[in-house]
Design a protein around this ligand. Sequence first.
Ligand SMILES: NC(=O)c1ccc[n+]([C@@H]2O[C@H](COP(=O)([O-])OP(=O)(O)OC[C@H]3O[C@@H](n4cnc5c(N)ncnc54)[C@H](OP(=O)(O)O)[C@@H]3O)[C@@H](O)[C@H]2O)c1
Length: 329
Amino acid sequence: MKVAVVGATGMVGEVMLKVLEERNFPVTELLLVASERSVGKKITFKNKEYTVIGLADAVAAKPQIAIFSAGGDTSLEWAPKFAEAGTTVVDNSSAWRMDPTKKLVVPEINAGELTKEDKIIANPNCSTIQMVMALAPLHKKYKMKRVIVSTYQSVSGTGVKAVKQLENEIAGIDGEMAYPYPIGRNALPHCDVFLENGYTKEEMKLAREPQKIFNDKTFSVTATAVRIPTAGGHSESVNVEFENDFDLSDVRKMLHETPGVVVQDNTDTNTYPMPIYAHDKDEVFVGRLRRDETQPNTLNMWIVADNLRKGAATNTIQIAEYLVEKGLV
Ligand SMILES: NC(=O)c1ccc[n+]([C@@H]2O[C@H](COP(=O)([O-])OP(=O)(O)OC[C@H]3O[C@@H](n4cnc5c(N)ncnc54)[C@H](OP(=O)(O)O)[C@@H]3O)[C@@H](O)[C@H]2O)c1
């Protein structure tokens, strides 16, 4: 496969290269792409040095697959140009996620929808991916009615600039700010931009994307997204009300048997998911499983994943692997 990585110099891009290498994705030719600022920079992949190129050169090279993590504006402008050149784009930004003509894919849930005609495929938001991974088997059996999610999101979810802000604050350096306030020793109820309805864009992604992934509008999701000073790994407190009653031991068993999900749930041994241990892992970790005692058929859970891996790079590359495996590119 001739593969282009667009946004190769960014936080997600760097992890994408790592995941491509680890999973031995069949790369025969690699194009590393970033903004004009980075053209000419050198990046090593599998012990070979590559020079970063610009977007126009990458389109002209007609890769079979382009994996994008370079922000929404870059995707809106350039993904169609790649698609026109015959390249299949898997995009990490929010640009195409809610476009009804584009698929929004978590491979374990809905890769089966993909066809050769899908030239721009959207990767869901990082917080959405980890949540739906845990909800999918439960929704199938008990049918969700309503989900209330509160997130505790790491600074790596914002990108290089935010990680630098936290590092600077810890080191006592007065540097460039990615957030409107200090993030160290703080919690910002503000992820992405505010919308007219008073929610943030991140909160609305959590509300809308699951319905599209499950192809089901019979349940609703409401979200509060909070940025906290962890370097990597997003955590979520999720309260889910089902149509049907459940047995907690069945819930645990079902999650335990779900590929890509790991149950860490033993209060006797203080076992529960934490971002520090989810770091660099592809799995979604679930724990603190307990009944909501205030309402029937309702479950409380805690979900943690590495936002740069399953929340971004790994999910994207799993989509690309599916396309290759099924002969769709
Ligand atoms: N961080 C996460 O957890 C996460 C999770 C899921 C999805 N995403 C999405 O992935 C994308 C990248 O996120 P990130 O965290 O990796 O951000 P980042 O660290 O700021 O990196 C941004 C990347 O995009 C490139 N880029 C920016 N403007 C460009 C342009 N005009 N033309 C070509 N390349 C351009 C940058 O190149 P230069 O180095 O040359 O500036 C860099 O490689 C965003 O759309 C984000 O929403 C991020």
